[in-house]
Design a protein around this ligand. Structure first.
Ligand code: NI
Ligand code: MN
Length: 230
């Protein structure tokens, strides 16, 4: 499969079978985004939590592409209420097999709300995603603190790739992300959620260099990697 990073926490996956999966589609207002919300294609949109830098362009893209929104029940209900036709609500610990692969929602230590006209609305609990797609296992941590149960995620899943926030301030910073990486034991670690805004500026290369040799990979917005069993 092909995996493209679009800056911040936005990740696009195209499977060998041709399914297009988009995680946390934040294009409008994202200074790092390499393309616009009007250009991206998606069959499935996966959301980790309700904050605007993650829900982002979810509704517009889902409507234009007739994509299915997969997220915590509260976010799925919000999407349906906004006119998205295909939604699939889940909750923590739950897995479901979709045509492209299996999605599991795992805990994240973070808040989750969507602010509309200055008022924050409850969007359920924040989640991380464990995706099993074409024999590859991918963990997208969403926004989270480092928490000790990450070792359970690493123990239960042979992770090929982990997307970890390193920005600090809103999520764990690089030091905690190194701790997270050590218990997750993923084949590759890609830092996300940094440099989008001044308060989350980080040296991602320095972070990647502190990871076990060969595991850290810094992706530039627009950069694509191929993930397949070797
Ligand atoms: Ni957040
Ligand atoms: Mn965020």
């Amino acid at each position: 499969m092909e995996i493209t990073y679009h800056g911040h926490a936005t990740v696009a996956i195209t499977t060998k079978a041709g399914h297009k999966i988009l995680i946390d589609p934040f294009f409008t207002g994202n200074p790092l985004a390499d393309i616009s919300a009007d250009e991206v294609e998606a069959d499935y949109i996966l959301i980790t939590h309700g904050h605007s830098d993650h829900i982002g362009d979810m509704v517009a893209i889902a409507k234009r592409c007739d994509a299915m929104v997969i997220a915590m029940v509260e976010i799925a209900e919000y999407a349906a209420n906004q006119g998205v036709k295909k939604t699939h609500g889940m909750n923590l610990g739950g897995s479901f097999t979709f045509p492209f692969g299996r999605v599991k929602l795992v805990p994240a230590q973070h808040s989750s709300s969507l602010t509309i006209d200055g008022v924050p609305y409850y969007m359920g609990l924040a989640a991380g995603l464990v995706l099993t797609i074409e024999d590859q296992c991918i963990y997208h941590a969403g926004d989270t603190n480092y928490f000790s149960d990450m070792q359970l995620i690493g123990r239960e899943h042979l992770l090929d790739l982990a997307f970890l926030p390193i920005g600090d301030n809103f999520t764990m910073g690089p030091e905690e992300a190194l701790l997270a990486a050590s218990v997750l034991n993923a084949g590759k670690v890609v830092p996300i959620h940094f440099n989008t805004f001044p308060v989350i500026e980080q040296d991602a290369t320095a972070f990647a260099q502190k990871l076990p040799t060969g595991t850290g990979q810094v992706l530039q917005p627009g950069e694509t990697i191929t993930l397949e069993k070797s």
